[in-house]
Ligand binder design. Structure first.
Ligand code: SER
Length: 315
């Protein structure tokens, strides 16, 4: 039997592009997307189901109905929104994952993908060249839920032999679907605003360096991890993954190379600054490189060119 894919939380920034890539790879008939709301648009051949991942019976029904070989759980509340609704963030991020892990064991799902984040690191983690294993003291509810989720993934792998795979995504930058509720969102909004208004006010200070990844690399990396032979994977919590690192100042200067009249300004006292300050600046991803051959292909310059070129024709 070929692969059949079920994506939970498929309408979001990563889900929408991952779904497109998985349809290309496995055929539209073999990719079932689902989310808590209908997508804004959908091609006729796309299979879509409404589901709340907290409704375990409904998720179970979908697993039984479609018998997926691979499940991608992308429904989550991100860092900034999580601080507004900590209990909801914990509930969705934790119980959504537990439901999927439990059902994957019960119904014998071959592989599960679940994203973690650089938010698992905290103020006492090394900021530069942040290793896979180090002090981890996340202080956002999002980061706390992701770190707990990583421990669950490893636990289910060890205890039940579940083939669960995960990446600690940095901020992911894309032009097709805008992200929502994250601390790294500024690095997406800046491109949209540069083209719409020629100006952007950053909610992070000009020297705030954070790890980032272009969507094409994020999608390719995810597919490569899912394709890797199980015996090559030495990490079942979640892999560090690096693309590039930059500050709001760096990205604004890169945009100005293409749009010289672009104007950048900064606000102060945004609550997202404290979240960003607790995260690493640059990530060490040696394990991903060694275990499954990870290598990013975009840097700030090539990503900026690609973002602006694509957004010019869509905005
Ligand atoms: N992009 C995410 C956020 O800002 C990081 O995982 O919340």
């Amino acid at each position: 039997m070929g692969e059949r894919i079920l994506i939970l939380g498929a309408n979001g920034q990563i889900g929408s592009e991952l779904a497109a890539a998985l349809r290309l790879k496995f055929g539209a008939d073999n990719v079932i997307t689902s989310d808590i709301r209908e997508p804004r648009e959908r091609a006729e051949q796309e299979i879509f189901e409404l589901v709340n991942v907290l409704d375990k019976e409904r998720v179970k029904h979908l697993f039984e109905q479609y018998q997926p070989t691979q499940v991608y759980l992308l429904a989550a509340m991100l860092s900034a929104t999580g601080e507004q609704y900590p209990q909801k963030a914990w509930d969705l991020n934790m119980n959504g994952l537990l439901n999927v892990l439990d059902l994957a064991v019960e119904l014998d799902i071959k592989k599960v993908f679940w994203p973690s984040s650089i938010a698992v690191f905290g103020p006492h983690s090394p900021k530069v060249d942040t290793p896979q294993y180090c002090v981890m003291d996340p202080n956002s509810i999002y980061g706390i839920s992701k770190l707990a989720g990583e421990r669950l993934c490893e636990y289910y792998h060890k205890k039940y032999n579940l083939d669960v795979r995960s990446i600690r995504y940095p901020g992911v930058i894309s032009w097709k679907t805008e992200p929502g509720g994250g601390t790294t969102d500024y690095a997406v909004h800046i491109y949209f605003e540069a083209l719409r208004n020629g100006a952007y006010t950053s909610f992070l200070s000009e020297q705030t360096e954070l790890p980032m990844l272009y969507m094409q690399d994020a999608v390719r990396g995810t597919l490569e991890l899912m394709d890797a032979p199980a015996e090559k994977l030495s990490i079942r919590s979640s892999y560090n993954l690096a693309g590039m690192s930059f500050t709001p100042k760096d990205i604004s200067e890169e945009i100005q190379k293409i749009l010289p009249s672009f104007e950048m300004s900064y606000t102060e006292n945004d609550p997202r600054q404290a979240i960003a300050d607790s995260w690493p600046k640059r990530i060490n991803d040696d394990y991903a490189r060694k275990d499954w051959g990870w290598k990013p292909s975009f840097d700030l310059e090539t990503m900026t060119k690609d973002m602006i070129e694509n957004l010019k024709s869509t905005i």
